[in-house]
Design a protein around this ligand. Sequence first.
Ligand code: NAI
Length: 340
Amino acid sequence: MLTVTLIPGDGIGPEVVEAAVRVVEATGVPVQWERFEAGTEVMNKYGTPLPDEVFNSVLRNRVALKGPITTPIGTGYSSPNVMLRKRLNLFANVRPAKNLPGVRTRYEDVDLVVIRENSEDLYSGLEHIVVPGVVESLKVITERASLRIARFAFDYAVKHGRKKVTAVHKANIMKLSDGLFLECCRRVARDYPQIEYEELIVDNTCMQLVTRPERFDVMVMENLYGDIISDLCAGLVGGLGLTPSANVGEDGIVVYEAVHGSAPDIAGRNLANPIALIFCAAMMLEDQGEQEAADRVRRGVYRVLSEGKVLTRDLGGTATTTEITDAIIAAMAQESASPA
Ligand code: NAI
């Protein structure tokens, strides 16, 4: 029996996590969920948005499915999401973006994966007031973390039959920090002659992503660029309701979460699209060796999207979170177990 730490989070988190749990249950794969609250209410009760017992559970189970958690803007406590990644050493964030059947977008043939460095850069949280009116935020780039993420990206490319890795940077301006990142990517690229390697400045990358997204395959980048570019990539394939991600640690711990946040504008109204979280669950099942179940989940989703009858608002429909989840579960029952 697989035991999974379940963190519903806040905002739309509990709604989309519940949908993903129902879908996993419908596959028949036995999973025991260890459920933990996290977020603002927990902060008010316990003085921390992520109590130690959550970390201990993930360390024990090595796999977690997580909903988004709200981070106060400008003031308040540090991001629980960043906290989780740091404390569990989840250094790599894998964010695939692929066109889906039935989802009409401006682009075709998008099939790329953003590999985002998760542990440093401007997310080091090192900020201070130099004198009133002047603030410094430290961007920290290390050789160790850059080599580690570059190797992860190339290994990912090999493992998934990908052809090219693009290192995204701004080393023309940040010559030392992004220069070091780039130098590390170059060093690692030499060990993978079978994978094409290219470098692209981040602003040019954005322009090319919205003109020729099909030219991209695996992309590796620092934390901030990865955060921004992966939302852009979600937009290319139909929006934040559709894109999953996996936070991967050196010691094999994986926390699966959607790219999207807690969407306070639609929270608690049964309106959220649960597909991103359902795809997270499919990634989790696949990584746990449950390929057939993962395929069935994906094929169920593809069928519902292709039919276009039961769609949430972000996809142009009127269905609720519950209704699209019901439709996906019904579609899974109709699907054969051939590969997705
Ligand atoms: P957001 O991703 O929550 O929402 C952006 C827009 O996309 C909103 O209009 C929202 O309604 C829509 N949207 C997002 N997910 C959707 C879904 N599943 N179905 C339908 N529509 C969806 O980004 P925002 O508003 O910038 O952030 C809100 C909060 O979430 C902030 O506190 C932020 O810090 C937090 N956040 C948490 C993340 C995490 O837990 N990993 C990741 C990103 C943001």
